[in-house]
Design a protein around this ligand. Structure first.
Ligand code: FAD
Ligand code: NAI
Length: 508
């Protein structure tokens, strides 16, 4: 009984502690401290993008050291790992968005933000040309922003490999707008398939949901879509039960190539149990408004052409360079051999430049293009820039004092001498930043039916696990990693809402 009483007290106290902590976080979020003005005499640090790399840099950057300007067409940070859940309404998209303005108003010194796209980086003139691409434009919608230091964190585009018809007929899954479009189209296909006098063949086509690309984006989306069907659609609209079908098409011999063999097998087996068809060794070559044309490599190596009719086509075949990055690479001779992105050195400086750094999917630093890499790169740059600024300030003071010291004598000279010694001590204490080192924490992916797969780095080894317990780990890891307490609460509420009431099947 005593143990029980103590356990109860402990639970009670931790609940109060948890609520108190959350309350404090909300209070902090609502009442940021007064900011100091940006100092235009300091070096201008321009940051392009508001994704994983740039926001991680901004979060840890001491903004009072620089005149910081952020440029991005997206005025929010997007927590991409939960984006596939937005395509079916398991999570509402606004729950995983954090306004940039909210992030910036918590910085010590003010930061300027321009909602614009960088269309050209003029490396020799040290300016970025920016365009306002939003619907409402003022008299000025294109201008130049000069920089002393530039961080390129513009991410990547969707790769289509120039396959005809992809851009015209398929949906991508990279941005909030993509997830909203997919959500609308799923319901459009379902309602059109249920239209009066629809032929059997057309109903079958409309309810055939094809996902191209068996990387984590394609796999997670296929899993979410099948969940939507199993848990909600088939109960709300029973007439689609016999025809609704999800197919995942992958050019390689297996899906999820970055996961261990054991988890690849587990995922493929789970998909078969969930009735998701996996078509491996099938390379899509052409897309029309109603069909995809693919080439399947048979076990004997011969190739056969196949036509797959579809209602919804989601294209998830990885990343391609953005035009602004391609253009910058073309200006720098040292980048001429680089194909997949800006080649950077171990301090993330763009090769061939002195004052341009690159982070995330647009940089090639021998790591996979993931949020994990981008955020560690951003945090590294923040530490580097904070340390550079401290070193420069101390060095400037030292230079000034040495000049004064030469002109003085007696007690004053001794005082300056002591001051110089103290500054030299401070300089030694400023943490010297070594080269960037990526620490891989592991890979996680949701595969549908309340299961996830995880390759987790543990000590110097690796733990591979898949199933329902891994799914709960996936959920808690991602809710913890959400940008803010607000995001965390909203995601938890969304999960509870779709569990209790089912997902919303209305088409906006
Ligand atoms: P992004 O986060 O894409 O940000 C790029 C920013 O640049 C955006 O703000 C954009 O608006 C802005 N921008 C674009 N063009 C311009 C321009 N011309 N000028 C100025 N700004 C510009 N990774 C993981 O590690 N784990 C996961 O679970 C995971 N899940 C994912 C799920 C999905 C559906 C997707 C699509 C990706 C996922 N990733 C995941 C990968 C991860 O999202 C990317 O690797 C990460 O977003 C890269 O960060 P970034 O900062 O380079 O680019
Ligand atoms: P990806 O590059 O990982 O996978 C794309 C797949 O499409 C490849 O397997 C490729 O063989 C296939 N493909 C290419 N062209 C094809 C064609 N014509 N026909 C059929 N298949 C074709 O791309 P993805 O999934 O978009 O991921 C991009 C990055 O984001 C990766 O680095 C990934 O690790 C990361 N990411 C991580 C997630 C996670 O950790 N849970 C989730 C989503 C993305």
């Amino acid at each position: 009984r005593t143990t029980f009483r103590w356990l109860w007290r402990l639970t009670y106290l931790s609940a109060i502690g948890g609520i108190g902590y959350m309350g404090y976080q909300i209070y902090q979020l609502r009442t940021p401290e007064e900011q100091i003005e940006a100092d235009p005499t300091k070096k201008t640090l321009v940051i392009l993008g508001t994704g994983w790399g740039s926001i991680s840099l901004l979060k840890k950057l001491d903004t009072e050291n620089y005149n910081v300007i952020v440029i991005s067409p997206r005025n929010f940070f997007l927590f991409t790992p939960l984006l596939p859940s937005c395509t079916t309404g398991t999570i509402e998209h606004r729950s995983i968005m954090e306004p940039v303005r909210n992030i910036l108003r918590h910085k010590k010194a003010k930061v300027k933000y321009y909602e614009a796209e960088a269309t050209k980086i003029d490396y020799t003139r040290k300016v970025v040309v920016i365009n306002d691409e939003s619907e409402i434009k003022g008299d000025t919608s294109s201008t130049e922003v000069p920089f002393d230091m530039l961080v390129v964190g513009v991410g990547a585009e969707n790769a289509t490999f120039g396959i005809p018809g992809v851009r015209e007929h398929s949906c991508f899954l990279k941005e909030v707008g993509d997830a909203q479009q997919i959500r609308k189209r799923i319901m459009d296909c379902v309602e059109t398939a249920s239209f009066k006098d629809q032929s059997d063949e057309e109903r079958k086509r409309l309810l055939h949901m094809v996902v191209v690309g068996g990387g984590p984006t394609g796999v997670e989306f296929a899993g979410e879509l099948q969940d939507f069907f199993e848990q909600d659609l088939k109960k709300w609209i029973p007439e689609i039960v016999d025809n609704f079908h999800v197919t995942l098409v992958e050019a390689l011999p297996n899906v999820l190539p970055m996961f261990s063999k054991q988890l690849i097998d587990y995922t493929e087996k789970s998909f078969r149990e969930e009735s998701i068809t996996i078509r491996t060794k099938t390379m899509v070559k052409n897309v029309t408004d109603k069909t995809i044309e693919a080439e399947y490599t048979q076990p004997d190596g011969t190739k056969v052409k196949e036509i797959l009719p579809y209602g919804l086509l989601v294209w998830a075949t990885g990343n391609a360079l953005r035009p602004v990055v391609k253009d910058l690479m073309a200006q720098i001779p040292a980048q001429k051999d680089s194909r997949r992105g800006l080649a950077v050195n171990e301090y993330l400086v763009v090769n061939g430049t002195e004052n341009i750094w690159a982070v995330g999917d647009c940089a090639i630093a021998n790591y996979a293009p993931t949020a994990q890499v981008a955020s560690q790169e951003g945090a590294f740059l923040a530490r580097l820039f904070n340390s550079l600024a401290k070193t420069e300030t101390i060095n400037a003071k030292l230079a000034e004092l040495s000049v004064t010291q030469a002109k003085t004598s007696g007690e004053e000279r001794t005082r300056i001498f002591d001051e110089i010694k103290e500054l030299q001590r401070q300089l030694r204490r400023v943490k010297q930043i070594g080269p960037f080192e990526y620490s891989h924490q592991g890979s996680l992916a949701y595969i549908g039916h309340d299961k996830a797969v995880a390759d987790i780095s543990w000590l110097s080894g690796n733990i591979a696990s898949g199933g329902t317990i891994t799914y709960w780990f996936w959920k808690s890891a991602y809710v913890n990693m959400c940008f803010s307490t607000r995001n965390r609460l909203l995601v938890l509420v969304d999960w509870a809402k779709s569990y209790i009431f089912g997902r919303d099947v209305s088409r906006e």
